[in-house]
Ligand binder design. Structure first.
Ligand code: GDP
Ligand code: MG
Length: 234
């Protein structure tokens, strides 16, 4: 749920990177961190330890000028996808504005992808939200590996609904389609926020104190995004 801080002229959106262990979620954030100018992003905070790398989340805040007169922050989180870490997952997923699901393309990880997807759906439901109400982008990561399953197979497994999600083939280590993924989900989140502003007559210019905006139920088509631009939505 977007946070509006009118006094400071700040808008915050939360984007959560989900997916099974080792699918490449942290690599996505590392790449974004390395590509963006330090003036437009925070430091990358990784809570994971060497012993248990998926126990906690990573966090990175990215600033854009997407909304005139406001600093617009996209706060990126990663969250472990295993059932064992449901508490962390639910906490991080709370009030998410958009989801990136990072799937591991390797053939032997498909069961884990599916389980992680189902777990995501269940946790959103438990939070009173739903995967159908949120902007979602699928990222088929590790396309560079020789044992990557065909994209058609991944689509069949994870993207088989009437309303298909946008999906990207990626290599998070090299950076292929990492920024495109982020750009797309950010644009979808902004579109949804614009819809909500119109529908609920949220006025960013008025001097009334900012309130967290109520959750939206609208979805919009996503825009086409240029590949690998080292900047976020403008
Ligand atoms: N070959 C290859 N390795 C990747 C890719 N993305 C991530 N990795 C590697 O996979 C491992 C797990 O990545 P990480 O980002 O920590 O996964 P997380 O558990 O989802 O956060 C690391 O060794 C990464 O370097 C990719 O696209 N291709
Ligand atoms: Mg990680």
């Amino acid at each position: 749920m977007a946070t509006i801080r009118k006094e400071q002229r700040i808008l915050c959106f939360k984007i959560v990177y989900c997916g099974t262990a080792l699918s490449g979620k942290t690599s996505n954030l590392k790449l974004v961190h390395s590509k963006l100018d330090p003036s437009g992003r925070s430091e990358l905070v990784s809570m994971a330890t060497a012993a248990d790398r998926t126990l906690f989340f990573d966090f990175l805040s990215v600033e854009t000028s997407a909304m005139p007169g406001y600093r617009t922050l996209f706060q990126l989180y990663t969250v472990p996808g295993q059932v064992t870490y449901n508490a962390t997952m639910q906490m991080v997923l709370k009030q998410a504005d958009g989801i990136v699901f990072v799937a591991d393309s390797q053939m032997d990880r498909q069961r884990d992808n599916l389980q992680s997807w189902q777990n995501l759906e269940a946790n959103l439901r438990l939070n009173g939200s739903s995967i159908d109400q949120l902007p979602v982008v699928l990222q088929y990561n590790k396309r560079d590996l020789p044992n990557a399953a065909p994209v058609e197979y991944l689509e069949f497994l994870l993207n088989n609904r009437t309303k298909r999600y946008v999906s990207f083939e990626a290599d998070a280590r090299q950076g292929r389609n990492v920024l495109a993924t982020l750009n797309t989900v950010s644009q979808m989140v902004l579109n949804q926020f614009h819809d909500r502003m119109l529908r609920e007559r949220i006025d960013l210019e008025s001097d009334e104190p900012g309130q967290p905006a109520p959750e939206s139920r609208t979805e919009r088509n996503q825009p086409q995004v240029e590949e690998q631009e080292p900047s976020l939505v403008a």
